[in-house]
Design a protein around this ligand. Structure first.
Ligand code: CO
Ligand code: CO
Length: 335
């Protein structure tokens, strides 16, 4: 669902604490629209263990079923990494049309299994229903130390913002769907969609990350706004420094867009100050919905350069894309 419709369903009071033991164990609920929920399991350790839970299913953006399974799994696993967690187990969630060939269904599951293996997570089962449109994804469970949770809120004025994957996945997917390009033309971008955020998260865990999320369906604007929900900070995005997939800006310049980008624009336009010098393509890019997008983290300015070089040395296309300020007139500025 688009962010506007979703907000009508998930009210903040939906997870109001009523004081029961179970509710007190909710370390992260739905209040700030974070990437996953975290529940405190009390065990023999002094602080207990944070159980990270999330579910995400998507429609295919590529024809190759094995690759689709990989991307769907990388996308679902990402929300655990965005909480600072380590995925431990997963369940497949499948809506398979009658006409989907068995060989294709098996390839989707094999692609997902491959990514779970890479993540070190075990597949425990799943649920499959018939439906008119192919959807696939995973419900993923992870663990995190309760004092090491990365929330989407917590960024401090002066922090720098780092993004660990290029933007433009929605533009690439739309160009593929409308046969403007072939999968070979955009192979390097598609490979990044199937890349886990595991390594980026592991490398960043050595730094004093003050807030983290991943950039997915609500685009850079929507997920950046999530980081401002504490109400005390604004984010300034330097659009000139945004990394984008090969050809993505060209597609935007050619007028390519998708329903998700339109929904994001409608939902978030009032919360963002767009600098008049921005081009239409640059604006499209920041509203573009991402699948299996990068981590967006805030960390102190003194750590930013070191974090970027650590990430880029590991082959991760990380870039510093902006900074955090005290709350200004708008929660988000795109310069
Ligand atoms: Co997320
Ligand atoms: Co999600």
């Amino acid at each position: 669902m688009g962010p506007g419709d979703l907000q009508k369903l998930v009210m903040p009071e939906g997870s109001a604490r009523l004081g029961s033991a179970a509710e007190q164990a909710v370390l992260v609920g739905t209040e700030t629209g974070d990437d996953a929920g975290v529940y405190l399991v009390r065990d023999e350790s002094a602080e207990g263990t944070g159980l990270v839970q999330t579910v995400d299913i998507i429609t295919p953006l590529v024809d190759d079923p094995e690759l689709f399974g990989q991307i769907a799994a990388a996308n679902a696993l990402s929300d655990v990494y965005a909480m600072g967690g380590r995925p431990v187990s997963a369940l497949n969630v499948c809506v398979f049309p009658n006409e989907l060939p068995t060989v294709a269904a098996r390839a989707i599951l094999a692609g997902a299994q491959r990514k779970l293996h890479e993540a070190g997570a075990a597949l425990l089962g799943g649920h499959t229903v018939r439906g008119p449109e192919l959807l696939f994804g995973l419900s993923v469970t992870g663990v995190v130390h309760p004092s090491r949770i990365w929330r989407n809120v917590g960024a401090k004025p002066g922090d720098r913002l780092i993004l660990t994957k290029p933007l433009g996945a929605g533009l690439i997917a739309t160009a593929l769907r409308t046969s403007l390009v072939t999968i070979e033309d955009v192979a390097s971008s598609i490979a990044q969609l199937a890349t886990l955020n595991r390594r980026a998260a592991e490398l960043l865990s050595a730094y004093p990350v003050s807030a983290a999320t991943d950039v997915t369906g609500f685009g850079l604007v929507g997920h950046s706004l999530g980081m401002t929900r504490c109400g005390t900070v604004s984010l300034r995005i330097d659009c000139g420094s945004l990394p984008s997939y090969d050809r993505a800006l060209g597609f935007a310049e050619a007028g390519i867009t998708c329903g998700g980008a339109k929904n994001n624009r409608a939902a978030f336009l009032n919360d963002i100050a767009l600098h008049p010098s921005l081009s239409a393509a640059q604006i499209e890019l920041i509203f573009d919905p991402q699948t299996s997008g990068g981590l967006l983290v805030a960390l102190p300015a003194s750590s930013a350069a070191s974090a970027i070089s650590t990430l880029t040395d590991a082959g991760i296309a990380a870039a510093q894309i902006g900074e955090v300020t005290a709350r200004d007139r708008y929660p988000l500025y795109a310069d």
